[in-house]
Design a protein around this ligand. Structure first.
Ligand code: HEM
Length: 493
């Protein structure tokens, strides 16, 4: 492996690599943590940045920054430090599917989707129950289930309800495309790395997985077309009406895209909406299913805490007569604390607040980033640093955030809170706007699963399996099947 220093990075920024000299690409891909930890302890802890090989973008090292720069990164306008472009650079989305994280996608999630959550939660609860009936095998006796695959299907049905409404989300064709998308885009992104940058443009004509993403986009466009036409016609008719009659009846992303583009005088094509839907799937599906799987493993490892969560669910279920609402989910504070501790100890992203410098950027203390610099913060290592979390930082404390909440620190203690010492949902202008849906969706999925099924590790497995290794990601193991048994009478015991 050739050392890839960015000649434009200031010369005094150290470049950290494996100490034993074994510098293979695969090693950088799988053992990112080892190099990141070296640099974190040696430089970040002393307030200095360092750079390291970037397996996702072999032309440019990743620059990891110390906390003192976080506020400036958080507040920087996207014309200066940009998340969308950093993601595009990492996955090559524009070259492998012709889509990007657009302003419309971000605005729809941040504004319309979040506003609609109270209306959506009861619907998503029903969707979740129906999806378990659909995707869980019959399990009167203990039965092995690949939990990751199952959660992906259940969540895809639920999030599709938010994306395309009750009818299309129930279509098997839609589900098939959505399920095909995530594994194919991951393979396509890897395949792109096999090309020289100057040859990226040719990849979509040659590589099957990349061609498949374009085909998938076109199939989604066809599926969306009738619904979009209907909504565009309704929007045109509504614009002639006045006052309350103009209120929107559809709480789904097709409608929100029509409204968002409409507000800019644009009539979106089915292909545009298909691209936006692909982007929505990319940011929302794997992240949520994987985070929940981690919570499930952590709960199995801690029977006492698991029991306490079940008791809380039983109480709230009884008080609400089983009618789930945002308010009811908001009362699940023991679960909320546990989920947050699970994210703290095993975040799915090792780095956070990832940005690309769109122009030369100089921090207040004089540190200069050249245009094109790829920067981030070590979310994983910050989350376990005793400097921020005290001497028991390495321990899983199910009540850590519950105590904070009870002490009145609501801003810091909720699973959706964004703080500098824990960034699973990022930070600043680009902080994940979908986290409220993600948190409520995970609570619904966890609660309905426990209500219906007993679950345990298979014979011979006694604790959470090792996380999967990928460049700057740490997804919980997706291959271990868990054992499930359907309860004769549904309850939370
Ligand atoms: C547990 C699940 C999830 C995790 C861990 C997660 C994590 C993240 C992270 C780390 C970022 C980058 C933030 C930054 O760099 O400051 C992000 C951005 C984003 N997420 Fe999520 N996310 C999750 C679920 C969702 C869901 C369900 C949606 C939508 C329905 C969503 C929509 C978005 C969007 C649109 C952005 C881009 C924001 C922007 O550019 O301003 N995410 N997410």
């Amino acid at each position: 492996l050739v050392e890839k220093r960015n000649p434009k990075l200031p010369a005094d920024i150290p470049y950290v690599k494996f100490e034993d000299g074994d510098d293979s690409y695969q090693r950088y891909f799988e053992e990112t943590r080892t190099v990141a930890t070296l640099g974190y302890n040696k430089y970040i802890k002393k307030g200095k940045p360092f750079s390291m090989y970037n397996a996702a973008n072999t032309d440019l090292p990743l620059l990891l920054l110390p906390m003192k720069y976080l506020d400036e990164v958080k507040n920087a306008h996207k014309s200066k430090l940009n998340l969308q472009k950093a993601l595009d650079q990492r996955a090559g989305l524009d070259k492998i599917g012709g889509f990007l994280l657009t302003d419309e996608v971000v605005t729809v999630v941040r504004m319309a989707m979040t506003k609609a959550l109270s209306q959506l939660i009861p619907e998503l609860d029903q969707k979740c129950i129906a999806a378990y009936q659909e995707f869980m095998p019959a399990c009167a006796e203990w039965t092995e289930v690949n939990t990751m695959q199952m959660l992906l299907k259940v969540w895809t049905r639920m999030i599709s309800h938010v994306m395309v409404g009750p009818e299309l989300s129930q279509s098997d064709e839609w589900l098939k495309e959505m399920q095909l998308f995530i594994p194919t885009i991951i393979k396509a992104s890897f395949a792109l790395r096999g090309y020289r940058k100057s040859m990226y443009w040719v990849a979509k004509y040659i590589t099957n997985d990349i061609k498949e993403i374009y085909r998938l986009r076109s199939r989604l466009g066809r599926l969306l077309e009738p619904l979009l036409k209907e909504r565009l016609a309704a929007a045109a008719a509504r614009s002639q009406m006045s006052g309350s009659k103009r209120m929107d009846l559809h709480a789904d992303a097709v409608q929100w895209f029509v409204d968002e583009y409409g507000s800019k005088g644009i009539k979106p094509s089915a292909d545009q909406v298909a691209r936006d839907m692909l982007m929505l799937s990319l940011v929302s599906i794997l992240s949520t299913a994987a985070t929940l799987l981690g919570v499930i493993y952590d709960a199995l490892d801690r029977p006492e805490a698991f029991k306490e969560m079940k008791e809380e669910m039983a109480r709230i279920y009884k008080e609400t007569d089983g009618n789930m609402s945002r308010a009811a989910l908001g009362q699940m504070v023991v679960l909320d604390s546990f989920m947050k501790e699970s994210q703290r100890t095993n975040p799915i992203n090792q780095i956070s607040a990832h940005r690309l410098a769109m122009q030369d950027f100089t921090f207040k203390d004089g540190l200069r980033l050249p245009a094109g610099a790829d920067i981030a913060f070590s979310n994983e290592l910050i989350s376990e640093d005793p400097e921020y979390w005290g001497p028991d930082a390495a321990a899983f404390d199910p009540h850590r955030f519950l105590r904070m909440r009870r002490a009145g620190d609501l801003a810091r203690s909720q699973v959706t809170s964004i703080t500098d010492d824990m960034m699973p949902f990022g930070n600043g202008h680009h902080a994940c706007p979908g986290r409220f849906l993600a948190a409520d969706g995970m609570k619904l999925m966890f609660m309905n699963l426990i209500h219906r099924y007993e679950l345990k590790y298979p014979e011979g497995v006694t604790s959470r399996p090792e996380n999967g290794k990928g460049h700057h990601t740490m997804l919980p193991s997706s291959t271990l099947p868990l054992l499930f048994k359907e309860k004769k009478t549904y309850n939370f015991s």
